[in-house]
Design a protein. Structure first.
Length: 141
């Protein structure tokens, strides 16, 4: 049967790590005192020393994150309202929506490709699928 892993409270970990940082006792003495493995004490000590600056960073970082989050939520709400307004204002039929698109600006794929000279990458490759498209009159074209 397996032995169940011990889970230590954060306060207990902090107490052990602070004792290790004080260096009044050796790590092996602390290990026997707290019934822990020395490497566990070293890990907690390292974690305390690495994350100590976060304790003194104060709420400024948290406030910035909260402000940024609030701004993003505000932007999401604004965009949702704009989307609803646009949905209400647009005509309902598909034909009416299609009429809003200017057909002169929309080109089919062959029309777009025919405006350019193509330089295919391989022997039998299609310029549309694999080749490079270079505007006519430019170097490489």
């Amino acid at each position: 049967m397996r032995k169940k892993r011990k889970r230590h409270e954060p306060g207990y970990k902090a107490k052990v790590a602070i004792e290790a940082v004080r260096e009044r006792k050796t790590v092996s003495e602390l290990a026997s005192q707290f019934a822990l493995h020395p490497s566990q004490i070293q890990d907690w000590k390292r974690t305390l020393l690495e994350r100590a600056p976060e304790l003194f960073a104060g709420p400024s970082q948290a406030r910035r994150e909260e402000a940024e989050q609030a701004e993003l939520y505000e932007q999401i709400g604004r965009l949702k309202m704009e989307l609803e307004w646009v949905k209400k204002k647009l005509p309902g039929s598909t034909e009416a929506k299609r009429a809003l698109i200017e057909r002169e600006d929309v080109l089919s794929v062959p029309e777009r490709v025919n405006r350019y000279e193509t330089t295919p990458r391989g022997n039998w490759c299609s310029a549309v699928t694999v080749g490079y498209v270079v505007p006519a009159g430019r170097p490489g074209g």
